[in-house]
Design a protein around this ligand. Structure first.
Ligand SMILES: *Cc1c(COP(=O)(O)O)cnc(C)c1O
Ligand SMILES: [Zn+2]
Length: 555
């Protein structure tokens, strides 16, 4: 199959797509797109997909991944299109369908995006990445990154429910809580990625993110064809509805509808309804006022974190364009209306959704009430997500770092040092500390920090074997343990300690410059008091990186 064509919409540059470049090589525009030879595909696709399982990779010829061997999958896509029996009857709408994206591997439609985006990262050889998220992207990317062995840093606003943050942490992802808006959060993430030289996920601007959402259109039309006439023909609904934050979902999905239309698989493109939460509805406000660009909502007033994108940027322009071309509406609903819709959908049709998805159902009720959506029309509602709560007991309290976006005038508060806060949790009587580390500079720095902090008896061992002997000769109150050492590494020391009745309860703080793999993290879990990581001994380093400061020279 031919690779698609990569094009720059700004300068017209085009080339054969192999993998997504960071920006246009000619004009540096960073929102490129890919285009397919639809004429050729129209002939071949039905035959090619016939025997494939019903998941999003069924349409792989229309997804921009060069080599299928790089697919990172958890069985995403292929979600059911469920007729809304009771709600449909109550509303007098016979043709109301729910695309149940809750049934993705992590419970939201972001699994499509994650599968393609992480597969592309794998294809590009990326091993560490940064993403800002209103919650669900972080969860989904974490799952797929864990599978692909990619280390992930997620930046979440402190508004994201703790349950969701815990789920992100459970996958071994670094969680950075940002006290600020989602737009500020994106900026901090971008600074951090630049400072660390890490790959930054571009969200809406990323080719894979938008292209992945096409599969929603493909599936819906294939499924509707089966449900509504059964003659093997695909069929488009009259309406497609989604609750919108950044707008990537419908933008990508509509490219999918357009491709199907161009291939002759469907005979029309559905009207689009964009639903937003009233407290953060920049698109709806601008659309109703007939404006071509949206004003930024700087202080979102909604409890629905998933939908709190205040600055829609180019997404608004694109969605407005789609609606002007194919018909549709933008509408907002209050948080209360969304919560009520959650109750109604759960009680009427047995479908429990997260509050962001409550917004789309509340919007559906409103648009039907206004007779914008007519009784006879076929309606597909994207049921975007389900919250799966992670029990609080599963993780300790140390699964996130917090960072306040410094306000313009007020200097930011001095962040707490990681090692010191770890020491703070230790019992007062713990005075005898053993440092096991093969790096003399590291040992010296630890010694300095400890001496500045209190009166300790400090002992040092320059490898694991010596350290263990010293522990056995005299039981220390606390061990600071390096992981990577010759002869006997930190993991082996930990194992030996845990098998020694006299030493198994000695608290251990692991201090390591090494990036831990998920497997290594698992080996440490439950065995160490805390983990100080990242090529430095305090969180200060990370905090500096967050604020874009250069790293200070030790001394
Ligand atoms: C991301 C998300 C949305 C908003 O989607 P966009 O297309 O990015 O605006 C809505 N609902 C849920 C559950 C989501 O995870
Ligand atoms: Zn260009």
């Amino acid at each position: 199959m031919l690779d698609p064509i990569l094009k720059c919409p700004r300068c017209g540059y085009s080339t054969t797509f192999v993998r997504p470049p960071a920006a246009c090589p000619r004009c540096k525009h960073d929102m490129l797109d890919v285009w397919y030879d639809l004429e050729a595909l129209a002939k071949e696709l039905p035959e090619r997909i016939r025997e494939r399982p019903f998941n999003m990779w069924r349409y792989r010829e229309l997804l921009p991944l060069h080599n299928s061997a790089n697919i990172v999958t958890l069985g995403e896509g292929g979600t059911p299109l469920v007729p809304s029996v009771n709600m449909g009857t109550m509303l007098g709408h016979e043709h109301l369908f729910i695309k149940d994206e809750r049934q993705g591997p992590t419970g939201s439609f972001k699994d499509r995006q994650a599968s393609l985006a992480i597969s592309s990262m794998k294809e590009a050889g990326i091993t560490e990445a940064v993403v800002a998220s209103t919650g669900n992207v972080a969860i989904s990317y974490s799952a797929y990154c864990a599978r692909a062995g990619i280390k992930l840093w997620t930046f979440l606003t402190s508004m994201v429910p703790a349950d969701k943050m815990r789920e992100v942490a459970l996958y071994g992802t670094e969680v950075i809580k940002i006290t600020g808006t989602y737009d500020e959060c994106k900026e901090v993430a971008a600074n951090f990625a630049r400072h660390r030289g890490l790959f930054l996920d571009k969200g809406l601007r990323s080719i894979s993110a938008r292209q992945s959402m096409k599969t929603l259109a493909f599936e819906v039309c294939e499924q509707l064809g089966l449900l509504q006439d059964g003659h093997g023909k695909w069929r488009a609904p009259d309406w497609y509805l989604q609750a919108v934050s950044g707008g990537m979902g419908p933008i990508g999905t509509y490219r999918g509808f357009e491709e199907l239309h161009a291939m002759g698989f469907i005979d029309k493109i559905p009207r689009l309804a964009v639903l937003q939460a009233e407290g953060c509805a920049p698109m709806v406000t601008a659309f109703k006022a007939g404006r071509e660009t949206a004003d930024i909502v700087t202080a979102p007033r909604t409890h629905i974190a998933t939908l709190a994108t205040g600055n829609p940027g180019v997404a608004y322009t694109e969605l407005r364009h789609i609606i002007l071309k194919h018909g549709g509406a933008m509408e907002s609903v209050s948080d209360e209306e969304a919560f009520r819709a959650m109750h109604v959908m759960a009680k009427m049709d047995g479908i429990s959704v997260e509050s962001a998805t409550g917004v789309v159902f509340a919007g559906l009720f409103k648009l039907i009430g206004q007779q914008v959506i007519k009784r006879t029309e076929t309606v597909v509602v994207n049921c975007t997500g389900h919250t799966l709560a992670v029990q609080q007991e599963l993780l300790g309290d140390d699964w996130a770092r917090s960072f306040e976006v410094p306000q313009a005038e007020a200097p930011s508060a001095a962040p707490q040092e990681g090692l010191l806060s770890a020491l703070e949790r230790l019992d007062d009587r713990m005075r005898d500390i053993l440092i096991i580390d093969d790096n003399p500079d590291a040992t010296l720095l630890l010694r300095r920090v400890l001496q500045a902090y209190g009166h300790y008896t400090l002992r040092e061992a320059k490898n694991g074997r010596i350290g263990l002997d010293m522990c056995r000769a005299q039981r220390p109150d606390l061990i600071l343990l390096d992981l990577m050492m010759p002869e006997m590494d930190g993991f082996a020391v930990l194992d030996a300690l845990k098998h020694d009745d006299n030493l198994k309860d000695v608290p251990v703080i692991v201090v390591t410059a090494k990036e831990l793999t998920p497997v290594e993290r698992r080996r440490l879990s439950g065995k160490v008091q805390s983990l100080l990581q990242k090529g430095s001994f305090t969180d200060q380093d990370i905090m500096d990186a967050l604020s874009g400061k250069e790293k200070a020279i030790d001394g």
